[in-house]
Design a protein around this ligand. Structure first.
Ligand code: ADP
Ligand code: MG
Length: 630
């Protein structure tokens, strides 16, 4: 048999494993047992759905054998096994789960070896403790058995073998002990027992090992003799079936980490039991960080589905609404049909009512966290708030009422997060709008010309720091009857009646000037008018009804939309700014120059808003000319 080479990425990972000085090498056992358990799940499921594949539950086992003389450790299962093709695909290439991120981290990892333990790196982790690995396997779907063997970097060999029973037997030839590493420990009964308890106690199949027991010597009761007997090392009770009050936080954490491939404790555990027409238990988790691929196509949301403790499906996405897709975990129901498949999941009436019930529970858990554990909620929101916002505007806002009280915005009041409820409850007397300002940072927003006036008037402003925030307010239109209003929209009205009158007089006085400026700017603006939102700045540009300035910016960055939709703009001039008097003077004395002034001021206003300008060179030239004249 020809030796085959590992794929490049796998090779890198493998090298790391082989040369690892990571101290927590023991996790290899957890990884192999978890693979065995997955394989047993698959076999069990097959036996329930295909009558030619019957196997008794009690024959689904994992066995550990330690051989001190040969320095080998065997992990054997009676699971689904692997075909030749599967061997090639699964063990010749880096495993799927978590590995893309692992690869990314690998780049920075040369020194930080800690990351090994942080990922479910799977099968290859066995190379941390082994100099050679032999996999012998017979698939339930094929007649011929195969072996896969490798001593690491220089490749692997796959050969046909004889193996009578379906399942997989993995033999690790342990490395020699060194000054720092005692690999022999992994052949000790106490150590193996400890590791199984620590990492794999809830595996729902017996993990068996032959252990030595001392029993009284029947011929001499002062003596004992050693006998060998098979013992099941794990308790096998699924964690979610245990009483909530009897479960320690630590147990939830370990369970989550080992089962759902995370290295951090979950941020929130939601464990509950429902009895009724549809009875089920759910053990759900909210991760404490955003999965690296959460917003990408390859992120697979969903819950594991069990029926009476039998695993049915992984990543059943129909159990979760899109807006809660950050939740992971499992659901175990007594009332579901075992033959349920991914395809019929969506149509199944029971599954639909199950999903509805799960959604409600998650919703109330989040509401509860927001109310009683604000700090944690804010952390959660930083991780997944975007997804909730997305949930609000998705599908034309069908879910907005459910989600609107779960979203947070930073606000000018204390630069802290506020809910819409908090905002509206403390609105100033006479304020009937929810004010917001868009920008990529608080600093940027605070520099917007309009902010001076807003602060002077004492209004609280929501900072829309995310491009999508305006989609949210756009879909919602209002909260509790109060409309959203951008501080950069033409409709903003901050003036008292008295101030308004004053402005109107000014506008009437300078009608000629404003019109001349509008003429100079042509189609670029709809109107040039006196501003009531400016305090210290000379000009600003605002958007008329419809497309907002932020939308325009967003669209400009969208490659699908080059030069596309634009906001209808209005240029506003501050009548109290010295530039205003200057403009009046120019109009009276050198009207031919007014066009350049209007142009420069308009371009400035665009720049301040972070909007693209048409002709930077022309702008620079005009500024220089003005400087020379000054
Ligand atoms: P992961 O378990 O995250 O997919 P692993 O590296 O642990 O990644 O395993 C790679 C793949 O090899 C598994 O997905 C599975 O298909 C296969 N595999 C590993 N161990 C076994 C086993 N004992 N029985 C059957 N298939 C296995
Ligand atoms: Mg695995």
């Amino acid at each position: 048999m020809a030796k085959k080479q590992f794929k490049a990425e796998s090779k890198r990972l493998l090298e790391m494993m082989i040369n690892s000085i990571y101290t927590n090498k023991e996790i290899f056992l957890r990884e192999l047992i978890s693979n065995a358990s997955d394989a047993l799940d698959k076999r069990h499921y097959l036996s329930l759905t295909d009558s030619s594949q019957k196997i008794s539950r009690k024959d689904l086992t994992i066995t550990i054998e330690a051989d001190k003389a040969n320095r080998t450790l065997v992990i054997e299962d009676t699971g689904i096994g692997m075909t030749e093709e599967e061997l090639e695909k699964n063990l010749g290439t880096i495993a799927k789960s978590g590995s893309a991120e692992f690869r990314a981290q690998l780049e920075k990892a040369e020194k930080n070896i800690d990351i090994i333990g942080q990922f479910g790196v799977g099968f290859y982790s066995a190379f941390m403790v082994s100099k050679r690995i032999l996999v012998e396997t017979l698939s339930a779907k094929e007649e011929q058995a195969y072996s896969w063997s490798s001593s690491g970097e220089d490749g692997y060999i796959i050969s046909p073998i004889t193996k009578e029973t379906v399942g997989t037997r993995i033999t690790l030839s342990l490395k020699e002990d060194t000054e720092d590493e005692n690999y022999s420990e992994y052949l000790e009964e106490y150590k193996l027992r400890e590791l199984v308890k620590k990492y794999s106690d809830y595996v729902r199949y017996p993990i068996r090992m032959e252990v030595t027991k001392s029993i009284p010597d029947p011929t001499d009761d002062k003596k004992t003799i050693d006998t060998k007997e098979m013992e099941t090392l794990n308790s096998m009770v699924p964690l979610w079936k245990k009483q909530k009050s009897k479960i320690k936080e630590e147990e939830y954490n370990e369970f989550y980490k080992s089962k759902f491939n995370d290295w951090e404790n979950p941020q929130k555990v939601i464990h509950y039991n429902v009895e009724g027409t549809l009875s089920y238990t759910a053990l759900l988790f909210i991760p404490s960080r955003t999965p690296y691929n959460f917003y990408y196509q390859d992120f697979e949301p969903g819950l594991q589905l069990y029926s009476k403790g039998v695993f049915i499906l992984d990543k059943a996405k129909d159990l979760l609404p899109d807006h809660f897709r950050f939740v992971t975990g499992l659901v175990d129901s007594d009332d579901l049909n075992l033959n349920i498949s991914r395809e019929i999941l969506q149509q199944d009436r029971q599954v639909r009512s199950l999903a509805k019930s799960i959604e409600k529970k998650i919703q109330s858990a989040l509401e509860d966290m927001l109310k009683n554990d604000r700090e944690n909620y804010e952390k959660f929101f930083e991780n997944f708030g975007l997804n909730l916002k997305y949930g609000i505007y998705k599908d034309y806002g069908v879910n907005k009422d459910k989600l609107q009280d779960l979203i947070l915005f930073r606000s000018s009041a204390e630069k802290k997060y506020v809910t819409l409820k908090e905002y509206t409850e403390r609105m100033k007397e006479g304020q009937d709008k929810i004010y917001y300002a868009c920008g990529s940072s608080i600093d940027e927003i605070e520099k917007l010309p309009v902010m001076g006036k807003i602060h002077e008037k004492g209004y609280e402003v929501l900072y829309f720091l995310d491009e999508r925030d305006e989609f949210v307010s756009g879909i919602m239109r209002d909260y509790d009857g109060k409309q959203f209003m951008s501080v950069s929209s033409s409709g903003l009205d901050l003036d008292t009646e008295e101030e308004k009158k004053e402005k109107e007089e000014k506008a009437a006085e300078s009608k000629g000037l404003l019109e001349a400026m509008k003429d100079a700017l042509g189609e670029r603006v709809k109107e040039v008018r006196i501003s009531s939102r400016l305090k210290d700045d000379p000009v600003c540009v605002v958007a008329d009804e419809g497309i907002s300035l932020e939308m325009e910016k967003y669209m400009a960055n969208d490659p699908m939309n080059k030069g596309g939709v634009k906001a209808v703009k209005i240029l506003e001039v501050n009548p109290d700014h010295p530039i205003f008097a200057k403009l009046q003077k120019i109009q009276n004395e050198q009207p031919e120059k007014l066009a350049d002034y209007a142009d420069v001021l308009y371009t400035q206003a665009l720049l301040i808003q972070g909007l693209p300008i048409d002709d930077p060179a022309e702008y620079a030239r005009k500024i220089t000319d003005l400087m020379i004249q000054a």
